[in-house]
Design a protein around this ligand. Structure first.
Ligand SMILES: [Mn+2]
Length: 456
């Protein structure tokens, strides 16, 4: 049904894009930027001109800057489904296509083409996968955007525990068949092709390695205890340089150190996706996904799009962006660590009141990292709050992977609405914006849900 609808809309869209001014809007995270890149490639192939903007969010404020009339065709990817109340006013004059996977509001309108797997009772899939299916329905040539679809899906953590299934697994196989992607089993460590292995270990928070995650010096010690060389011929050794025997030693050492941790100690293997035909340092999908995320969240989405579309002339500029982004994350984590008073342990949830000390664009990343480290009560949601533009506070919530009975999206939406804000997202990751000054009120709303929406 979803695929039928995609086919139908793709045929109509092919005509509309020739007659109208096409304006594409997409979200600034990896999924959104990958989606935008897929659409850009598909539109360029059709030979049509288009404008494209990457936005942090689609809020009342950002929406006010969007002007459109009957000559325009607006395409929204990775947002839009939850903002139909904003878009509705435009629909009388303007045709709109939404390619999204967030919780949809329902609206029928002749000028609205709304593609969202959730409207068809489909499994979860990233916006990039929706855009890929759409682009492929426009022209089979766009099958070569499969790598971008997978990058977006990894960015949105569709492959929990580094394993895809369902529709995305099928797409991955298509990618392998056309020679764009290869899949291999390995340790779930970040940066296997580009980072010294002690950095890979220190930067990995899921799986969490006690005493090692977060500390490069402890990682070096850990490796030497395990009998694994850190340097060879004066240069750092990467995970991909290890012999099978060394990889086995490392796996065993990690499994041992994770004994007694939450989750299964051998939950350390997963699938790695390698992009064929890209430069070495851009072949690992997870690393590329981080690169895109760093750019998107620092107003450098154009750089990321160029790399995704295989223009590598911007790589040195991207290195600077990534260094800056990493520093920003490190500084923010340090600040929270050194200001324990910002962490409030409630009955329903744990809160991090970061004020203006953590940039709103990374409060979600900080919340994710903290949730995966073992200092946080994993039986409750973790909710980060950071000052945002325009007199708002950005709220970002995560729960541990094992909590299937709590729906964060519902909780955050309800509490945000009660404070005059807006919220949305997914079951295990949700966010919202609330008016500045209502932070306490917001946490009280969450506390009230104990026993109701948050299991006792
Ligand atoms: Mn997304």
């Amino acid at each position: 049904l979803l695929l039928d609808e995609i086919d139908r809309v793709a045929k109509i869209a092919k005509t509309i894009i020739r007659e109208k001014n096409v304006k594409v809007f997409s979200q600034f995270d990896t999924d959104g930027v990958s989606s935008a890149s897929i659409l850009a490639k598909a539109l360029a192939r059709e030979g049509v001109n288009f404008q494209l903007r990457i936005l942090k969010q689609l809020t009342t404020e950002t929406f006010a800057e969007i002007s459109a009339d009957e000559n325009d065709f607006l395409i929204f990817s990775d947002f839009g489904s939850g903002q139909l109340n904003l878009l509705e006013k435009l629909l009388d004059k303007t045709q709109i296509l939404i390619l999204d996977h967030h919780e949809p509001t329902r609206l029928q309108h002749l000028n609205l083409f709304h593609i969202n797997p959730m409207l068809f009772g489909e499994e979860e899939m990233s916006a990039s996968v929706v855009c890929y299916l759409f682009a492929k329905a426009m022209s089979i040539k766009n099958a070569d955007t499969v790598d971008l679809a997978i990058i977006g899906a990894v960015g949105d953590e569709s492959d929990e525990n580094w394993k895809f299934d369902g529709m995305i697994k099928k797409i991955l196989t298509e990618g392998e068949m056309i020679g764009k992607i290869s899949v291999s089993q390995g340790l779930r460590l970040y940066g296997r092709n580009t980072r010294p292995i002690h950095k890979s270990l220190a930067y990995t928070f899921d799986p969490y390695i006690p005493g090692v995650s977060g500390s490069e010096s402890h990682a070096v010690q850990f490796l030497s205890d395990a009998g694994i060389r850190v340097k060879e011929h004066g240069s750092w050794v990467r995970l991909c340089d290890l012999t099978p025997d060394e990889q086995q030693k490392l796996a065993t050492a990690i499994i041992f150190s994770r004994m007694g941790e939450a989750g299964s100690p051998d939950d350390i293997f997963g699938d790695n996706y390698t992009l064929i035909g890209r430069p070495d340092e851009l072949q690992d999908v997870r690393e590329l996904s981080t690169l895109v995320n760093s750019c998107g969240r620092t107003n450098n989405a154009t750089l990321a799009m160029r790399v995704l579309l295989e223009d590598y002339s911007v790589l040195s500029r991207i290195q600077d962006v990534m260094d800056g982004y990493r520093r920003m994350i490190g500084d923010s984590l340090d600040w929270v660590r050194n200001h324990q008073s910002s962490i409030v342990k409630g009955e329903s949830a744990t809160y991090v009141f970061a004020g203006d000390r953590v940039p709103e664009s990374i409060i979600g990343t900080i919340t994710s990292i903290m949730m995966n480290s073992n200092g946080v009560d994993a039986s409750k949601p973790l909710i980060g709050l950071a000052d945002a533009e325009g007199g708002f506070v950005k709220v970002s919530a995560r729960i541990s992977k094992s909590l299937n009975h709590i729906n964060l999206k519902d909780i955050i939406s309800k509490a945000a609405r009660a404070c005059g804000g807006e919220g949305g997202g997914h079951q295990k990751a949700a966010g919202g914006l609330i008016p500045k000054g209502s932070e306490r009120r917001f946490s009280e709303e969450i506390e009230k849900m104990k026993g109701e929406m948050i299991g006792s």
